[in-house]
Design a protein around this ligand. Structure first.
Ligand code: SAM
Length: 325
């Protein structure tokens, strides 16, 4: 049950898709003055080292955020946030020299630029050593004055402790709460939120194939409790019937509830350097939103081709973007 550790995967292409879309969603939702409740049902550890043992062993960020920065990093990315100073100073990291300063003339799509800017905030030294997971991506956008709230669920005994310690460094007080509970169950008590505005991120590890069914059941239940919330679900695109069915089920649930949806996938394709006997790692993933911001489709339509150009490898690479409702 607890063999999955997100530290092995932090900053991979799936995180790039998920966190870029999450950030664009939050940028839109925090434009309205009214307070927002954000729930991250599967939060992970919050912050990851890109040069640590886990990330080093898997090398997944090399095909994700590290490659993105080495190919696209524009000059002048902002790296002066409150958070970046704190985390760079509190983590003692060796350098791996991965983030080449290309000083490029690329016209980056705003959603991609915002994502890269956020990552740069956490790495003020210029080299990518730290990767912010969803709790930190989200918290970065929350507003004290609007009384936005973030509720984080993480079940793993070690990762939930690490998450709590990482969040404590933010000194965010009541703005952020961490619970070592099942996120599918914990969410029920939070809907509808008192301020009637919510974004729910559902990002399980799918270590157990029952997670696929739990996601659809959770969305069905959540739409009954709070039909106007924005729901964002990440899933792996792998040859497994449950994974194939999940976006179809989500579409059906959104359509039955008469709610708009948006579905984005990103596939980096086969690794040309991979041997025939090696098991391929994750090559593609999807992000499905119900009640997405009306601006998100255009934002992703501009950003995804650029992400694909930077991260695409071989056969099977591509992206899709669909919307309905
Ligand atoms: N959302 C994180 C991010 O984007 O940075 C990554 C989360 S990772 C894909 C999934 C996490 O869910 C793992 O850390 C795992 O321990 C945790 N987990 C698994 N089952 C859970 C459950 N039922 N409730 C809460 N957390 C769970």
């Amino acid at each position: 049950m607890f063999s999955y550790r997100h530290a092995f995967h932090a900053g991979n292409h799936a995180d790039v898709l998920k966190h870029m879309a999450l950030l664009a969603t939050l940028q839109h939702l925090t434009q309205k003055q009214a307070g927002l409740t954000v729930v991250d049902t599967h939060a992970g550890a919050g912050l990851y080292r890109l040069d640590g043992d886990y990330a080093g062993k898997s090398g997944e960020a090399m095909d994700g955020v590290l490659k993105l920065f080495s190919q696209l990093r524009p000059a002048g990315l902002n790296s002066t946030s409150k958070t970046s100073q704190t985390y760079a100073q509190s983590t003692h990291l060796a350098t791996n020299g991965v983030a080449k300063q290309a000083g490029t003339p690329h016209d980056l799509a705003p959603a991609l630029l915002a994502y890269m800017d956020l990552i740069a905030h956490f790495n003020p030294g210029g080299q990518l050593k730290v990767y912010p997971g969803s709790p930190f991506v989200i918290q970065h956008l929350l507003r004290m004055e609007a009384r936005d709230r973030l509720k984080l669920f993480e079940l793993h005994p070690t990762d939930s402790k690490t998450l709590a310690a990482n969040i404590a460094q933010l000194q965010a007080g009541r703005q952020v709460a961490v619970a070592r509970l099942d996120g599918f169950e914990g969410l029920k008590a939070l809907l509808p939120p008192p301020n009637r505005r919510a974004l729910v991120l559902i990002d399980p590890s799918y270590e157990l194939k029952t997670d696929y069914g739990k996601v659809s059941a959770c969305i069905q239940d959540s739409l009954k409790r709070f039909s106007t919330g924005t729901y964002a679900i990440w899933y792996p695109v792998i040859p497994r019937p449950e994974a194939h069915d999940l976006p179809r089920r989500l579409k059906t649930l959104a359509t039955q509830a008469k709610k708009p949806w948006l579905h984005a996938t990103l596939a980096i394709g086969a690794d040309p350097a991979q041997g025939m006997d090696e098991r391929p790692g994750l090559r593609a993933s999807g992000f499905f939103l119900i009640n997405p911001p009306h601006t998100l489709k255009a934002a992703l339509a501009a950003a995804l081709p650029q992400v694909l150009q930077a991260l695409g490898r071989g056969a099977g690479k591509g992206y899709t973007l669909d919307a309905g409702g």
